[in-house]
Each structure stands twice: as C-alpha cells, then as structure tokens.
Design a protein around this ligand. Structure first.
Ligand code: ADP
Ligand code: ADP
Ligand code: ZN
Length: 213
C-alpha cells in the first residue's frame, strides 16, 4: 500500500501518517523529519536545508527527490509506505512517478486533508514537536500525557523554529502556489481522496481508514 498525504502545513498529515503507519505496518516517511534530523546532526544536507526551512521556503527539488527515491527502495518499504510532506511540487511528483515506473509500480492513494487557512494559523500556534522522534502534539486538541514530554519516546517537546506566525503565513502561500496543484495531478491519476480535516483526530482517521480499506 503506497500512500501520499497531501494538505497544507498543519493540516494533520504527520498526525494521521503515524496512525496509518501503525495500523497498516508500513514505514512513515516524512521529508520534514529527515531534514530536521540532518539539521540536528549538523550534516551538509542539514545546513543547506535549514536556510530554506527557516524562511518558510521549500528545499530545492535537487536536494529532496533523490533522498526520497533512495528511501523508498529500502527493504522496509517492500509492502508500501506512507509519504508525509513529499511530493510538494509537480517536479517532485513526476520524479516519484518516474522512479516507481522503473519497477512497474504506481502510487495507490493520495489523501488530501482539507483545512481552511484561518484554522491552520490557529492550530500551528499550539503545535509542539518531539525533538527526538518528530511526533507532534497540540497543547489543546492533542496534549501529551505529561507536559513537555513525548508519549512515544520520552523526548523533549519544543516549538518548531518555522511555526512562528509570519513563517506560517509564508508557508501557506508557498503551499497554495507550489503544492496545491498536486491535488489536480492526483485527481487526474485517479487516486485522489479528500477528507475533512477540521474534524477530531479520530474522526479524520476513521474517514481515512474507510478509504484505505
Ligand atoms: P509541515 O508538517 O508543517 O507540513 P514539514 O515538516 O513537512 O512541515 O516541512 C517543514 C519544512 O521542510 C518545509 O517548510 C520545507 O522547508 C521543508 N520540506 C519538507 N518536505 C519538503 C519537500 N518535499 N520539498 C521541499 N521542502 C520540503
Ligand atoms: P502537518 O504534518 O500536516 O503539518 P501535524 O500533524 O503536525 O500537521 O498537525 C499540526 C498541529 O495540529 C499539531 O499540533 C497537531 O497536534 C494538531 N492537529 C492535527 N490534527 C488535528 C485535528 N484533527 N484537530 C485539531 N488539531 C489537530
Ligand atoms: Zn518522541
């Protein structure tokens, strides 16, 4: 089962992708998490990616596509995977399709989580992320069991550098310009399914499970 999560920053892609990965036993691949791990470890890729991420811009496709193509060829992806935050541009989607085509494969599902912009801006102010495993929480709608501590791994929860209101606005503009066209791309491919992301976490997940079967 090969799944893409689409939706604006803060729509709930990561939250739902983790639940999908658990239920269906497939890896959760988040390009944002991969970049943040590289930043934390001080790699060359991390240094380059940080320049773009801090501005709310996209990391260039040249730094992003090969990384994902390599990742989906690892052994744990044999039964599928859930992509969270990739593709984010039409060239990225084309690179993914081209890589799969070499193995006579195609993506199975693109799940678009729909949340209006004003709702997103409110949500992002309350997002907290685990520095260790990337799991996200919300101070009101999805609080951790113990304040400031990750339920999954015990890591410390922090506010992401790019979740400041000005940067969130910039990321939303980038989303509408560069990522939203993917909705049509996957509709044309016949694999698009939209879900109402303004519902509770559990209701969004139930809708997704209905789609995936
Ligand atoms: P969010 O969860 O808010 O959607 P992500 O964690 O997916 O954010 O991404 C954070 C930042 O990492 C993005 O704003 C962008 O700078 C960079 N990034 C992540 N994935 C990609 C991608 N596929 N292409 C380009 N940049 C990316
Ligand atoms: P994305 O990966 O799309 O950027 P996240 O999964 O990190 O989004 O969610 C963004 C923020 O919104 C987090 O603080 C998360 O806990 C919260 N959140 C996610 N889904 C919902 C929902 N259905 N209702 C309310 N808050 C949510
Ligand atoms: Zn954690």
């Amino acid at each position: 089962m090969k799944i893409i999560m689409l939706g604006a920053p803060g729509a709930g892609k990561g939250t739902q992708a983790i639940k999908i990965a658990e239920k269906y036993g497939i890896p959760h691949i988040s390009t944002g998490d991969i970049f943040r791990a590289n930043i934390k470890n001080g790699t060359e890729l991390g240094k380059k990616a940080k320049e773009y991420m801090d501005k709310g811009a996209l990391v260039p496709d040249e730094l992003t596509c090969d990384l994902v193509v390599d990742r989906i060829h690892q052994d744990d992806c044999a039964n599928g995977f859930v992509l969270d935050g990739f593709p984010r541009t039409i060239p990225q989607a084309e690179a993914l399709d081209a890589a799969l085509q070499k193995d006579n494969e195609t993506m199975d599902f693109a799940i678009d989580i729909e949340v209006p912009d004003d709702n997103i801006v409110k949500r992002m102010g309350g997002r907290r992320a685990c520095v260790n495993c990337g799991a996200t929480y919300h101070i009101v709608s999805a609080p951790p069991k113990a304040e400031g501590v990750c339920d999954h791994c015990g890591g410390k929860l922090t506010i992401r550098d790019d979740d400041k209101p000005e940067t969130v606005q910039k990321r939303l503009t980038v989303y509408h310009d560069q990522t939203q066209p993917l909705i049509d791309y996957y509709r044309k491919a016949g694999i698009l399914h939209s879900v109402d992301g303004t519902q509770s976490l559990d209701d969004v997940f139930s809708e997704i499970v209905k789609v995936l079967g």
